[in-house]
Design a protein around this ligand. Sequence first.
Ligand SMILES: *Cc1c(COP(=O)(O)O)cnc(C)c1O
Length: 351
Amino acid sequence: MITFAPGPSKVYDSLPIYLNDAYQEGILSANHRSSAFMKLYQETEQLMRTKLHMPDDYKLLFTSSATENWEIISQSIVERASFHIYSGSFGKKWFEFAKHILPASMGLKIEANQAIDVPSLQIGEEFDLIAITQNETSNASQVRSEVIEAIKEKFPEKMIAVDTTSSMAGIELDFSLADIWYASVQKCFGLPAGLGILILSPKAIEKSEKKGEKGRYNSLSFMLENANGYQTHYTPNVLGIYLLNRVLKDIPLIQEIDATLRSRMSLLENCIAQTKTLRMLVDNAETRSTTVMGIAGTEELITQVKKDAEKAGMQMGGGYGPLKPTSFRIANFPAITDDEFDTLLAFLKKY
Ligand SMILES: *Cc1c(COP(=O)(O)O)cnc(C)c1O
């Protein structure tokens, strides 16, 4: 069975080798204050720079999930309130977590087909951080980097935090456009769940120092103090970090992965355009995600496609929330091979 679900998603085929090596190398029993662990952390951070082009002065931190990162940002970085621009369920959840910690936080809901209209965007002085869900996994939409750049230019004094949970390691990101980036490994990194990634610029670190929040198990001050010596604030998911290290070593440079995913995306778009009954969930090509593709149809048809797919050895990702009955999602993630993707296209062509 090949799964096209967008998270947890198909893991890299080399996973059994990595798992066995982790055991053989003894890293799983290594103390997280040991030089073996510190070396693993440092090397993984370096690989994020060489493979994903994370800037040299940005810091890589390990957390448990993207959800934890939502809390850390409001708790340890935002001073007064955050302003959330979102179109789907993940962006909305982030906004809700933020409001719980900082009630003055506000949200601007847009449609999946709607690009953020930066010239008309008004964000008051009371908001010191702008929260953007770059890739909205629930409705298969995305915010293009040109839009993030325009927001940064319009609001240079505000910090920008970007949720790239289902796009980091899939598309090329320009990290210089924002100060806070995060992801989880069960999406484009092609790994089992249980590890979150948080990337901070020097400005974001400075802002958290200014806020001075401390005392919680995941207070950023506590995390950074440990991370400076390539250690973690609690016994970490060493296996997850080891697997991340191995995946980063083995993948090509992000621009190559980006090109592969984009060409697969256009193959799928052409395939769907030629079907009689299916259409892309997001009509606007500008806001259509590269890594999570939504396909829509009537309720009967979607049920049938999912059933036929199972028989053909494939699992489609279900539609999310209100879109569940009338759509399904395809993860265009790098761990899915071109052959698997071709099998999917041949299957969808029939509808
Ligand atoms: C999956 C996902 C999350 C949540 O990730 P967890 O690792 O389960 O916390 C958050 N945001 C987006 C956009 C996602 O796709």
